[in-house]
Design a binder for this molecule. Structure first.
Ligand code: ATP
Ligand code: MG
Length: 423
């Protein structure tokens, strides 16, 4: 019979690679906590409304990528394609904006109907942070620094950080007019999709991935010439702060990001080591988002980083090493017959209770095979009991690296292992 396989664009995380995911999750928790952020967990699915307006019609996510379905109660439900809008939904629902600033982080799966390829999945994973109520550039700098700290902590050193400012509503309006003027005059050089967007949502064109659009945009006016005084100052201070924190950022006026809710600062972190899917992190300021979702006007800034792509980068930085090579357990128990198993199981239980990792091969294979498997797994010690040891209430402890053996009383096994493993 043919096996059922995982849906296209999804994958299983198997051991030992699952240890890499645990390590990444641990690093995210540790760094976010160190920077004063607390975890929020929101549902995997939300009302479709949570995403459509905030992310914006005309964006790739809303137009092409959402997993939307009608549930049995006739409601339109969407599997979350990102977490900023759900976090804002939760923050408003639970009145969390009463005490500001509010600093939250999250990690978990996202769903986008994309063409699957290396580094691009239909169930992907993101972690991210959101900071509400801080309008100044210090928050922007903190979030960028936090993202880089997490990347460094898992060994990613090869990346490029690019920043830009999209201005506020006021200066963006003037820019929009200048851009539309330029694009109208050159409409014949635009792709078909962009020509449609020219009337509906011209700023979207800036995010086009079509080569002919990119070529034309290289000649188009850029936002920097249109920033108002306050937006200019915000951006300049952010750049000064990053420089003082030792963070190298390149100003790229073409970074606009694929979501509608950004204002002022936007940034992207990418790496050539990822190939075509080169972006690993995106973020920025979204001062209008909370209000647009029905809340009080509240400044906000955040980032989202792709965990799948981070692990690809960490692996390539380590020269392709898939996992950290930690042993599965430190101690392996080997029972040579059934009666010995009855003797050893409670001893192993006591060892585990002392926070020493231990396991026993219940398949009753030959001792040589058990010891070889134990050695291959990276375990440090084997504790062996057969008829002989059982009669004298003893066990043989074998150092799996040196093969040195010694016999000790069964009741001394826990203490001896604790000393040898220094727990
Ligand atoms: P891309 O340009 O690669 O489609 P994006 O702009 O859609 O990225 P964002 O919405 O900013 O990405 O999400 C932030 C990060 O989440 C990305 O930089 C990437 O690392 C990761 N990501 C987004 N979509 C996917 C996906 N389908 N598969 C794997 N990772 C993804
Ligand atoms: Mg995308």
């Amino acid at each position: 019979m043919k096996h059922v396989t995982a849906p296209r664009g999804t994958f299983d995380v198997l051991p030992p690679e699952s240890a890499e995911w645990q390590e990444l999750e641990r690093v995210i928790d540790e760094v976010c906590t160190r920077f004063g952020y607390q975890e929020i967990r929101t549902p995997i699915f939300e009302s479709t409304d949570v995403f459509v307006k905030p992310i914006g019609e005309g964006t790739d996510i809303v137009d092409k990528e959402m997993y939307t379905f009608t549930d049995r109660g006739g409601r339109s439900i969407t599997l979350r394609p990102e977490l900023t809008a759900p976090v804002v939904r939760a923050v408003l629902e639970h009145n969390l904006l009463q005490t500001l600033p509010l600093k939250l982080y999250y990690r978990g799966p996202i769903f986008r109907y994309e063409r699957p390829q290396k580094g691009r999945y239909r169930q992907a994973h993101q972690w991210g942070v959101e900071c509400f109520g801080a309008a100044g550039p210090e928050a922007d700098a903190e979030i960028i620094a936090l993202g880089i700290e997490v990347m460094k902590a898992i060994g990613i050193t090869d990346y490029r950080l690019e920043i830009n400012s999209l201005g506020c509503d006021a200066c963006r309006h003037t820019y929009r007019e200048a851009l539309v003027g330029f694009l109208r005059n050159n409409a014949d050089r635009l792709s078909e999709t962009s020509r449609e967007r020219l009337e509906r949502n011209p700023l979207r064109i800036l995010d086009s991935k079509e080569q002919r659009d990119i070529d034309l945009l290289n000649l188009a006016p850029t936002m920097d010439a249109f920033l108002c005084q306050a937006c200019q100052e915000h951006f300049a201070t952010l750049r000064t702060l990053l420089e003082r924190m030792g963070i190298r950022a390149l100003h790229n006026p073409h970074i606009v990001r694929g979501l509608d809710y950004y204002t002022r600062t936007v940034f992207e972190i990418s790496s050539t080591a990822l190939g075509a899917q080169n972006s690993v992190c995106g973020g920025g300021r979204y001062d209008g988002l909370v209000k647009s979702m029905g809340g009080p006007p509240t400044a906000g800034v955040g980032l989202a980083m792709g965990m799948d792509r981070m692990l690809m980068l960490a692996r390539s930085a380590k020269g392709g090493e898939a996992h950290n090579g930690r042993p599965r357990v430190d101690v392996v128990f080997v029972a040579l017959d059934e009666a010995s198993a009855l003797t050893l199981v409670p001893v192993m239980h006591a060892v585990r209770a002392r926070h020493i990792s231990a396991d026993m091969d219940y398949t009753r294979r030959h001792i040589d095979k058990q010891l070889r498997a134990a050695g291959d797994s990276g375990a440090r010690y084997a504790v062996i009991v057969g008829e002989d040891e059982r009669h004298s209430a003893e066990a043989t402890i074998q150092d799996l690296a040196t093969r040195e053996r010694s016999r000790i009383a069964l009741e001394g096994v826990v203490g001896e292992l604790a000393v040898r493993l220094r727990t």
